[in-house]
Design a protein around this ligand. Sequence first.
Ligand SMILES: *Cc1c(COP(=O)(O)O)cnc(C)c1O
Length: 348
Amino acid sequence: MKSNLAAAREASGAELMMVVKANAYGHGLKHVTKAMEGAGVSFFGVANVGEARRIRDAGVETRIYLLGPTWAGEREEVVAREWTACLSSVEEAWEFEKLAAAAGKVLKVHLAVDTGMGRGGFVIEELPGVMEKLDGMGHLEIEGLGSHLPSADEDVEFTKGQIARFHEVLEVCGGVERFRYRHLLNSAGLLGYDRGLCNLARPGLMVYGVSPLAGFQEKLRTVMTMKSRVTLIRTLPAGHGVSYGRLFVTEKPTRVATVGVGYGDGYPRHISGQGGEVWLKGRRFPILGRVTMDQIMIDVTGAADVAEGDEVEIFGANLPVGEVAEKAGTIVWEIYTGITPRVVRCYC
Ligand SMILES: *Cc1c(COP(=O)(O)O)cnc(C)c1O
């Protein structure tokens, strides 16, 4: 993870907010934040106060940035524990101002602006006049200006326009001098585009070793490998169905190995019938029929070296998770965050 972080630093030329939402993309929030504390991360980016709590309660001291909005019942804790919120409206700012005043604090906050994501932040048309209103709030320090890219890995023209729009907004709101932090770029953004006047980047996926853009994967190292074992090997006769719905029927006697992983572990059921493979004894083997909750079956006909108890790589260093995601019709973010608690995380 540290070398991936270094790659993010080099590619962006900016300070880094490491995004650790959704249990650090399934890698384990506590372990990841403990391991990366002191690695030169300016903030850990989380989705909500529940995640912020888990990091603080683990004793991690790096600043915490809340990527999503807070609702009224959460804000007192945000102020008390000095987490950095991003604001989407003057009303929200006013609520924080009152709470910070009551606590006798000056709270650092960032402004979120919606330059195209459509999920949160000030709508650009509302911005004129906002800065004056915020300037009147003596218990808020407007430390940063941020926005988010919806299509950095899909639409170059739109993204370039969005980056230009962000710079216009920055001017309207008072320019570079006004904001200690200017941030817009996620992994695809920082890999594929110039940072302009941004001085903080928010990489997630790439720190876990997966590039959202083709051509950068060589610079990164896969962090997670998902493994299981061969639990059973049998030879089925010709004409024998394999798994639910009998999607696959043997044409000849087939040596079938059962592997102890399924959608109950977060392995995507939608890969069924889409050419999914696993890595075993240094090569690939095809999955037969549907993925079940706890088990998959693979064809090991002719592979005399495959035995019960053998370790199987479901994805990881030898079998790219991106390939699994693509065949399952989804994205790596969803695969990683969908790995269930049943799967034991081992750290080495
Ligand atoms: C999730 C998220 C990121 C990180 O995105 P990656 O594509 O994983 O790098 C950055 N910024 C915001 C606001 C996010 O929600």
